[in-house]
Design a protein around this ligand. Structure first.
Ligand code: ZN
Ligand code: ZN
Length: 351
């Protein structure tokens, strides 16, 4: 069953005659198209892909199983000509402006229905080929992280280290899946810190969070390094985060409610007195995008399913002092999970 066929089955359940897919990542997932302007329509027995002049040749190579059509650069008007009846649209990603334009173009009697994240829900369950790509992306992230203890951190600007890590990815034919984070000392207490120009101090902790792209699929991995001797409280917190991370891996399996996996980790960190300093979710799905469904957090919906790929990344952030995060990428199985990140998790001194 093709991806579009699976979507068609979902549309049928939702009593939608068709879905107009405008989110480019979703278009890629359904059609194989990797360009930057494209729309597709999936309906009962209907598979239409539209792009503009610039991508016609590329689409002919990439898009299979869809009727290909060349439209004007703003594809909405040409796409609207294919729509009638109850048509879902992607309200999580379509802009208000796009929606207003589309509504102006569709024929009278066409009912535009916000469809939620139908394609994103399909994307959350990976097939074997996708898993292979993510495994390779995770293995490459391991190799890149190995550069950190080899070349050291203390005295070097965070930005220089981040550049070096991304350079390493590119030498391996990959790209970063998001801007790499290298955050020493107090900067590490900002979960999404941006690398700065100040030299990394000695005897501090450094959060390094990076991911690679392989065949369009992302990886995501965090390790926290030391640049020398670490004060006892920080060492204790490192032990707490590590112990929580490892224990949480044991909770990841098909059927586990997303909120409960998060709560398992959160309860441990809270019991140790650091609940307030763990302000983000335990994990997120990873695939064509580095943040996708499912979400392991207090707001997470549903249960984990076999074939989900999620991160498990507890962290403790002590403002103005330090941050500690340990993040593995895992593939969800029926009885547990396959850990795709292989880099060691004991505190490594990268002086
Ligand atoms: Zn990360
Ligand atoms: Zn992450």
């Amino acid at each position: 069953m093709s991806r579009a066929d699976r979507l068609e089955a979902v549309l049928h359940e939702r009593e939608l005659g068709a879905l107009i897919v405008t989110n480019l990542v979703n278009v890629r997932y359904l059609t194989g198209y990797t360009g930057t302007n494209g729309v597709c329509i999936v309906g009962e027995g209907r598979r239409v892909f539209l792009t503009d002049f610039r991508y016609v040749t590329q689409a002919a190579r990439e898009v299979d199983g869809f009727d290909r059509e060349q439209g004007r650069q703003d594809l909405l008007e040409d796409a609207a000509a294919h729509l009638s009846g109850r048509v879902g649209f992607e309200d999580f990603s379509m802009t208000v402006r796009q929606y207003e334009r589309l509504r102006g173009f569709v024929s009278e009697g066409t009912d535009l229905v916000p469809a939620g994240r139908l394609v994103e829900a399909l994307r959350a369950v990976k097939d074997d080929r996708e898993l292979d790509a993510i495994r390779a992306a995770a293995a490459l992230a391991d190799e890149v992280l190995a550069v950190v203890p080899e070349r050291g951190l203390a005295g070097r600007p965070e930005r220089e280290v981040a550049l070096e890590l991304e350079d390493e990815m590119r030498r391996h034919g990959s790209d970063p899946s998001f801007p790499s984070i290298v955050a020493g000392g107090a900067n590490g207490a900002l979960p999404h810190a941006r690398p700065g120009d100040d030299p990394i101090a000695r005897d501090t902790l450094v959060v390094v969070d990076l991911g690679c792209m392989v065949d369009g699929y992302a990886s995501d991995c965090t390790r926290t390094f030391a640049t020398g001797a670490i004060p006892d409280p920080a060492t204790e917190v490192y032990g707490l985060v590590l112990e929580t991370q490892v224990a949480s891996l044991g909770e990841v399996r098909a059927g586990a409610p997303c909120t409960l996996v998060d709560a398992f980790a959160r309860d441990r960190i809270t019991a140790a007195g650091h609940g307030e300093e763990f302000g983000h979710g335990l994990g997120h799905g990873v695939g064509l995008e580095v943040h996708e469904l499912p979400t392991l957090s207090r707001a997470g919906e549903g249960e984990l399913a076999e074939g989900n790929v999620v991160t498990v990344e507890p962290g403790v952030y002590v403002p103005d002092q330090f941050g500690i995060r340990i993040e593995d990428l895992v593939a969800v199985g029926t009885d547990g999970c396959e850990v795709l990140s292989g880099f060691p998790k004991d505190l490594i001194v990268a002086g």
